[in-house]
Ligand binder design. Structure first.
Ligand SMILES: *[C@@H]1O[C@H](CO)[C@@H](O)[C@H](O)[C@H]1NC(C)=O
Ligand SMILES: *[C@@H]1O[C@H](CO)[C@@H](O)[C@H](O)[C@H]1NC(C)=O
Length: 355
């Protein structure tokens, strides 16, 4: 045995060594491959985790920015006196807690619709930067103000209501004399004057003069000298231009309910529930001027002869037509009731494909 081992040994040992070396090389290779796979696996897991985190982050980001955009909104309702504006403003006040926004009245001294230049700057800056109030609805008897003239990137959303110019004037005439059911105790400027609107027209009084019709045009035209130049055609054109380019929606007193409905559709962030509230609480939201007597045909005909009425009426009809156009494209009628149309557009042919 011993001699056999001695004899076989060198050959066997060499073979064994060789086999061992091959085995080692093989094993090492396997380990190396295993390590490589493990590395790949780890990297893949890390990538997946990262993607997960990033996905969550972008989703949160989208949510945040969507909310930011929804809340960073200012609505300005630069109401014209005696256009049923109080009724509408009361709706905004009734909804503000429920819909989470602020309502602020802009009280200009003596209800002057034109602000000083320094007040314009103060107002524009304050409204734009006052984060704690946003989203906010500001209302007041102020003529249109273009925020972009003050270097502001973000403009407010303007809304408004207009009324037949003669009816508005008649309402204002009696309001000055008799007040309304809203603040019945308050003493009005012309209190005690019992003269009717017709008597005023017949006598050529100043409170019923055609010049007093010049109000809706300058309110939409704005803070420019020419706007307040009574009878200016340029002012009328500027008012139309602003109506189209600067106002989201302008309704008419005569169709206030439809205005509320369209506004709820366009600005649900503020007016969700407004139509329902308006319909059920019609009485409480209407403010009536006391002792109002409708004018005679003669008084109306006399006012209609003036060039001022013609311009103001052209603006009123322009607004009315635009409002009816918006409404016609937004609703359908069924059994005498109006219903808002659902979304009527969708996206397709979206490329590149994501799969
Ligand atoms: C505006 O402020 C003045 C002065 O404080 C006040 O007398 C007036 O009643 C206010 N106007 C309205 C409409 O509240
Ligand atoms: C805006 O004006 C109000 C009232 O004067 C003031 O309390 C508020 O701090 C102002 N906000 C900003 C951002 O200037």
């Amino acid at each position: 045995m011993g001699s056999l081992r001695i004899m076989m040994a060198p050959k066997f040992q060499l073979l064994a060594l060789l086999a061992f070396a091959v085995a080692m090389l093989f094993l090492e290779n396997q380990i190396h491959q295993l390590e490589e796979s493990r590395g790949k696996l780890e990297r893949a897991i890390a990538r997946l985790e990262l993607r997960d985190i990033e996905e969550r982050r972008t989703q949160e980001g989208v949510r945040e920015s969507r909310e930011d955009v929804e809340n960073d909104v200012v609505v300005i309702y630069n109401r014209v006196p005696k256009t049923a504006s109080t009724s509408f403003t009361n709706l905004a006040y009734d909804l503000c807690s429920r819909n989470h926004y602020h309502v602020l009245h802009i009280n200009t001294s003596k209800n002057n619709p034109v602000m000083s230049l320094q007040d314009q700057v103060r107002f524009v800056k304050n409204v734009t930067m006052w984060k704690e109030m946003k989203p906010a609805l500001y209302h007041g008897h102020v003529s249109f103000l273009d925020f972009s003239r003050f270097g502001m990137m973000k403009k407010p959303i303007y809304i408004n209501i207009v009324r037949d110019p003669i009816e508005r004037l008649v309402s204002y005439y009696y309001f000055l004399r008799f007040g309304d059911d809203y603040r019945p105790g308050l003493k009005r400027r012309k209190q005690g004057d019992k003269k009717t609107f017709d008597e005023c027209v017949a006598a050529g009084g100043s409170d019923c003069a055609p010049e007093k019709l010049w109000l809706q045009i300058p309110f939409f035209c704005g803070h420019y000298s020419e706007c307040w130049n009574i009878g200016s055609r340029w002012a009328l054109e500027q008012a139309k231009y602003n109506l189209i380019n600067e106002y989201l929606l302008v309704g008419v007193t005569e169709e206030l309910e439809d205005f509320v409905m369209m506004l709820e559709a366009a600005l649900p962030r503020f007016f969700r529930g407004a139509t329902e509230l308006y319909r059920t609480g019609k009485k409480s939201h209407l403010r009536k001027t006391s002792e109002k007597k409708p004018p005679t045909k003669e008084s109306i005909a006399r006012l209609q002869q003036s060039a001022i009425w013609k311009l103001e009426n052209e603006f009123y009809e322009f607004v009315l037509e635009q409002f009816q156009f918006v409404r016609a494209h937004g609703v359908r009628e069924k059994d005498g009731e109006l219903y808002l149309l659902p979304q009527n557009f969708f996206y397709e042919k979206i490329y590149p494909k994501t799969t």
